[in-house]
Design a protein around this ligand. Structure first.
Ligand SMILES: NC(=O)c1ccc[n+]([C@@H]2O[C@H](COP(=O)([O-])OP(=O)(O)OC[C@H]3O[C@@H](n4cnc5c(N)ncnc54)[C@H](OP(=O)(O)O)[C@@H]3O)[C@@H](O)[C@H]2O)c1
Length: 333
C-alpha cells in the first residue's frame, strides 16, 4: 500500500517523524506492507510540494543546515501556502499537523477532513477547544482523527482508553502530564528557589522562554481535558479548575520533604470534573515521578487500576505516537 503524507511543521517533532519514515522504511514495508511518500513539507516559511515524493534526507539536511525550507535550492518548487491551503490543495491520504500549539489549527483539520484525508496531530489546542466539531466532521467524512501524541507523547494512553477499555467505564484518571513542572519542583527539592529552578529549566531548553503555559498549569490542563473528552464526553475548558506551580515557595517544598512527601502538579479527571493543582504525594507513591516521566493511574469498573508510566516528551517518543497513528489511520484500525 502506498500512503501519501502531507507534513505540516518541520520542527523537533516533524523532523523526528521524517527521520523515522526514512530510517524505518524497510520495517514498515516488511511488517505492514506500507510505503510512505511524503508529498509536501511545510514550516512557517514555505511549503515544498512534489506529488512524486520528497527526498526526506535532503529535506532534513536543508532544514538543519539552513534553518528554513524557504532556502531550499532548485530541486523542488517552493510554495507559499497557508496551512488551510495545504490541507485543501495538496493531495494526500494523511495530513499531519505537528506545528506549534495553536487553536486556529482546528480549521486546517476540518479542511483536511472535508477533502477526505485522515488527520494525525500532536497539536493540543484544536482538540481542547473543538473536540466535538472535529470528531463529528471526521466521522461524517469516514476518515480517522488521531492524536495520541497530544498526551504523554509516546506512552499510549489515548489508544488504551479508546481502543482497549471498550467495555469499561472509567471512574477516574489521576496523573502527571507535564515534565517541565516536575523538573522545576525536583530542582527546588535540591534547594533552588522557584526562579532559579525555572532559569535552569530554560537554560536546558526544558522550559520555553515564555513558560506560563507550563508553570501556570495550562499544558497539563489541556492534556487533562483531552483525556476527559476521550474517557467520558467533551467538557468545556472553562470548567477545568487550574492552579499552577508558580506560587510554590521553598518552605512548601521543605514542609513536604519533612514528612517524606514531594509536591507534584497533579491532574485529577472524573466525569464532568477536571482539576489540575500542585499536591503533596508520598515519595514512595507512583505519582512521585522525576525528569520528563509522565504517569497516569486509570481506574475503571472492570479492569480496576491500570498504571501507565513513560516519557511525556522527546522527539523519538512523540514520533512513535505520530507514526503509530498514521499506520492505524490508513489501516482503518
Ligand atoms: N517536543 C515534544 O516533545 C512534544 C511532545 C508532544 C507534543 N508536542 C507538540 O507537537 C507540536 C510540535 O512540537 P515541536 O517540539 O516540534 O515544536 P517546534 O520544534 O517549535 O516545531 C514547530 C514547527 O511548526 C512550524 N510552524 C509553526 N507555525 C506554522 C504554520 N502556521 N505553518 C507551517 N508551519 C508552522 C514551525 O516552523 P519553523 O520551523 O519555520 O519555525 C516548526 O517547524 C507542538 O504542538 C507541541 O506542543 C511536542
Amino acid at each position: 500500500m502506498l500512503v501519501s503524507i502531507s507534513l505540516l511543521g518541520f520542527g523537533n517533532v516533524g523532523r523526528g517523524v521524517a527521520r523515522v519514515l526514512l530510517e524505518k522504511k524497510n520495517f514498515f514495508k516488511r511488517k505492514y506492507g506500507i510505503e510512505f511518500k511524503v508529498v509536501s513539507i511545510s514550516d512557517s516559511t514555505a511549503t515544498i510540494w512534489d506529488e512524486g515524493g520528497i527526498d526526506l534526507k535532503e529535506a532534513l539536511m536543508v532544514k538543519e543546515n539552513f534553518g528554513a525550507l524557504k532556502y531550499w535550492g532548485s530541486d523542488y518548487e517552493i510554495y507559499h501556502l497557508s496551512p488551510i491551503e495545504v490541507a485543501e490543495e495538496v493531495e494526500s491520504d494523511v495530513f499531519i499537523d505537528v506545528t506549534t500549539a495553536n487553536p486556529e489549527a482546528y480549521k486546517w483539520h476540518m479542511e483536511a477532513f472535508r477533502q477526505g484525508r485522515h488527520v494525525v496531530t500532536s497539536n493540543k489546542p484544536p482538540l481542547v477547544f473543538y473536540y466535538t466539531q472535529l470528531a463529528q466532521e471526521a466521522a461524517m467524512r469516514g476518515v480517522n482523527y488521531r492524536f495520541e501524541a497530544t498526551v504523554m507523547a509516546g506512552t499510549p494512553i489515548i489508544t488504551l482508553l479508546q481502543e482497549s477499555l471498550k467495555g469499561d467505564e472509567v471512574i477516574s484518571i489521576e496523573g502527571i502530564f507535564n515534565g517541565t513542572t516536575t523538573f522545576i519542583l525536583s530542582e527546588m527539592e535540591k534547594g533552588l528557589t522557584f526562579e532559579e529552578a525555572l532559569k535552569k529549566a530554560q537554560s536546558l531548553g526544558i522550559a520555553e522562554a515564555n513558560p506560563d503555559v507550563d508553570i501556570k498549569g495550562f499544558d497539563a490542563a489541556y492534556k487533562a481535558t483531552i483525556l476527559h473528552d476521550v474517557a467520558f464526553e467533551p467538557i468545556s475548558f472553562k470548567k477545568v479548575k487550574i492552579r499552577g506551580i508558580d506560587e510554590i515557595k521553598p518552605e512548601n517544598i521543605a514542609n513536604a520533604q519533612k514528612n517524606d512527601n514531594v509536591i507534584r502538579l497533579i491532574a485529577k479527571i472524573e466525569r464532568k470534573n477536571v482539576i489540575v493543582e500542585p499536591k503533596k504525594v508520598s515519595k514512595n507513591s507512583i505519582l512521585a515521578v522525576y525528569g520528563t516521566s509522565n504517569v497516569a493511574v486509570i481506574r475503571s469498573d472492570l479492569a480496576g487500576e491500570i498504571i501507565l508510566k513513560g516519557s511525556g516528551a522527546g522527539v523519538k517518543e512523540t514520533a512513535s505516537a505520530v507514526v503509530s497513528d498514521i499506520i492505524k489511520a490508513v489501516k482503518k484500525e
